[in-house]
Design a protein around this ligand. Structure first.
Ligand code: HEM
Length: 502
């Protein structure tokens, strides 16, 4: 006969075993998460998820505000946990410089093994952004050479940017006072410029390939937040909603990779080493000269995707902030236009060579970058070995971010940091004095933005040529806010402009 007590005792045994196991796991976890002495201070954290849940509620889309609160409480260097991964944020210029410049050999690696999703998407190659060591040096050289050979600072690329500017100006003319979304049109323009750098040709905005690239770029930035927990908990990818988004993203990326691959194959047949026109030619030339053992078709495909990812949204978001500040500060807009009128007039387009004479415009763009912070944090870096920054231990394998936003809002470097004041960049003679070292929208150190010179040329030519032809104002009745939404880039709040011909 079945004895009831036997059944109860079996359950009790199983419960005891399970409870013991859970207890052991918790003890094991607590021991493994015991913090090494000397690391920077930071907020309390949960087992397993660390501080991941802190960025919900009032901090959703407001990572910069969360970090500002932590900086006020724990100082210029603080730590949080991304799951069980130690993450350190450097918030002031001195610590960013001490890490990324003075200890560049320790801080220039990208954290691949700490970020599962990145590891997956960069299987065909690490491109520029996710490569490290020699592979990164070669890929970066290839990217910079293609920008240089195409003529950043020479006329060819300038002509292409001006052609694209004309398309934007036409679009604004045709808008006839109707509301315009700046980011939407600038995203097309900046993506088209990357196409000319990479493939040697611009796309028509309605070309299906182009439409697909734009969609992938936009989705990549919106889906990034959704994929964040998957980096540390890859099992989450099996949750149907996340799984379907990841599959869609993967398929979209594979499609673009495929047409990049087709273009490389086609070019191999007609490659002419005496006529280097674009990134693909630079790649084939480097292969022909056996310049590097790390450069492969896969890596090149990835590097091409990187230029699209790193070069379109960043530049268009900066221009979005520029127009927002012009709407909010008509007096600054007027001064920019008066300077353009007196230096260039309205008889021709503004050239890159006019830059030194358009100091107020230049100062305005610097101020847009300082206050808008289109790219609020550096990309993640990691440490190759234990090291010390400002007296704190940064252990090997830590995720490290430079908080560029904090640096640009720091009252120790900037008088009235929250005010939009282009004059802060002008000297007594009204010229742009050398910008302070603490202005670092492109980051610093060997990992500094590889497209800085292209970005600066685009910002100047789009911004000044738009203001030469149009006055911009808000198309809504309410004054737009300046509360950004912080992802990889800092998006402006939704607003539209009205462009009135001058
Ligand atoms: C206003 C526009 C732009 C801003 C504010 C910006 C800012 C940045 C920042 C902050 C980084 C991270 C540096 C770090 O991790 O320390 C970066 C990296 C990078 N940017 Fe830009 N960027 C802009 C435009 C561009 C353009 C137009 C391109 C190329 C066409 C580009 C290509 C890259 C690449 C390839 C990297 C990775 C560099 C590396 O890992 O070595 N960026 N950018």
């Amino acid at each position: 006969m079945i004895n009831l007590w036997d059944i109860v005792s079996v359950f009790t045994d199983v419960t005891t075993i399970l409870l013991t196991l859970v207890l052991l796991l918790v003890i094991g976890y607590v021991i493994s998460m015991r913090e090494r002495s000397g690391i920077p201070p930071g907020p309390p954290f949960w087992p397993i998820v660390g501080n991941m849940l802190d960025m919900r509620g009032k901090f959703a889309g407001k990572r910069h505000k969360y970090y500002a609160e932590l900086q006020a409480k724990y100082g210029d260097i603080f730590r949080i946990y991304f799951g069980d991964q130690l993450l350190i944020v450097l918030n002031d210029f001195e610590s960013i410089e001490e890490a990324f410049v003075k200890q560049k050999d320790i801080f220039s690696t990208r954290p691949l093994k700490q970020l599962w999703v990145v590891k997956q998407v960069s299987k065909i190659g690490h491109g520029v952004i996710w490569a490290s060591g020699q592979e990164w040096k070669d890929a970066r050289r290839m990217a910079i050479r293609s920008l240089r050979d195409l003529g950043v600072g020479k006329s060819t690329l300038e002509e292409r940017i001006k052609d694209e500017t004309n398309i934007v100006l036409d679009y604004l003319s045709r808008s006839e006072g109707k509301p315009v979304k700046v980011h939407e049109i600038m995203m097309k323009a900046t993506t088209s410029i990357i196409s000319t750098v990479v493939f040697g040709k611009r796309y028509d905005y309605s070309d299906p390939e182009f439409v697909q690239i734009i969609k992938i770029l936009e989705d990549a930035f919106t889906d990034m937040a959704l994929f964040t927990p998957v980096h540390r908990f890859p099992m989450l990818r099996f949750i149907p909603f996340i799984a379907s988004k990841m599959l869609a993203a993967r398929n979209a990326v594979l499609t673009v990779e495929q047409f990049v691959a087709n273009r490389i194959e086609k070019r191999k047949k007609v490659f002419d080493k005496t006529d280097i026109k674009d990134f693909i030619d630079v790649y084939l030339d480097m292969c022909a000269n056996s310049e590097s053992s790390t450069i492969s078709d896969g890596n090149t495909r990835r590097a091409i995707m990187d230029l699209f990812f790193a070069g379109s949204d960043t530049t268009s978001t900066t221009l979005d902030w520029a127009m927002l500040y012009m709407v909010l500060h008509p007096e600054v807009q007027k001064k920019c236009q008066e300077e353009i009128d007196s230096v260039v007039g309205d008889g021709r387009m503004i050239d890159w060579s006019d830059r030194s004479k358009l100091s107020y415009n230049e100062a305005t763009l610097l101020e847009v970058q300082r206050l808008g912070n289109a790219v609020p944090m550096s990309l993640p870096h990691t440490t190759d070995k234990d090291t010390i920054v400002k007296g704190y231990l940064i252990p090997e394998g830590t995720l490290v971010y430079a908080n560029l936003y904090a640096c640009h809002h720091d009252s120790r470097y900037w008088k009235e940091p929250l005010k939009f004041k282009p004059e802060r960049f002008l000297d007594d003679s009204g010229k742009v004095s050398k910008p302070p070292a603490t202005l670092i929208p492109f980051s610093i150190g060997p990992r500094i933005c590889a497209g800085e010179s292209l970005a600066r040329m685009e910002l100047f030519l789009f911004f000044t040529n738009i203001l030469q032809r149009f006055s911009v104002s808000t198309s809504g009745s309410e004054k737009p806010s300046t509360e950004g939404v912080c992802g990889v880039s800092m998006a402006t709040p939704e607003y539209t402009i009205q462009a009135t011909p001058r």
